[in-house]
Design a protein around this ligand. Sequence first.
Ligand SMILES: Nc1ncnc2c1ncn2[C@@H]1O[C@H](COP(=O)(O)OP(=O)(O)OP(=O)(O)O)[C@@H](O)[C@H]1O
Ligand SMILES: [Mg+2]
Length: 224
Amino acid sequence: MFDTLKLSELSANNAGILRGPSSTRPTIWIVEENGIRAVVKDFSTNKFLFRNTVGRFLIWREGKAYKKLRGIRGVPVLYRVVDGLALVIEEIQGRNLENLENEIKLSSPFFDALEELVRRFHRRGLAHCDLKRAPNTLIGSDGFPYIVDWAASISKEEFRLPLLGSIYRRFLSDDYLAVIKLKLRHAPETVRPDEKDRYHYRSGGEKFIRAVRDRLRAILQKAV
Ligand SMILES: Nc1ncnc2c1ncn2[C@@H]1O[C@H](COP(=O)(O)OP(=O)(O)OP(=O)(O)O)[C@@H](O)[C@H]1O
Ligand SMILES: [Mg+2]
């Protein structure tokens, strides 16, 4: 699928642009082949040094995550990795949740399905780590949730050592807290009291782990 696609030919003439590039973000193209549409997340349009370091690293991370997630409903299919610089991903018909609260009301079944989706990818040994950003969750035209942007995700194997294990568990818990955050914004009446408590509760120990984790995250982000 999309075997003949060349990044150098993805000029605005033969592909649609969903989002142009910035200094640190890839171009997001829409392409079509034999009636099938795909999204291309493409770092080839970024500056030389950035695309060959951060760009390649993020595409490698995200590609690896998509391969692990294959077959999970709610995660788009990865069709191809091109030149180590771009991912060609199944296009989800629908829209992301950013600012959606002003337009439509998301239902309780939508959030049940989102929670089930989070459970499923956790069982595969991955934490998403960036679900708090509403643009990374989509509502499909079928009404079901879809999750994109796996570049920041981490896998259980990478965090196997004892201390790292508790950080990994914190990331899992953060994914659920992100769902509660989305619920609070989009359908606050569906948030159960225990979820509210969980969302607001931070013990001293939690604060400490959180601080260590945030520090690690900042260092990792600087390193890439
Ligand atoms: N498979 C897809 N189907 C439909 N839309 C998509 C798909 N992948 C990405 N998008 C759209 O493109 C937007 C940006 O994608 P993505 O989050 O992967 O890029 P990003 O560079 O990591 O963005 P950001 O830094 O803003 O999080 C998403 O918010 C979503 O609206
Ligand atoms: Mg994103």
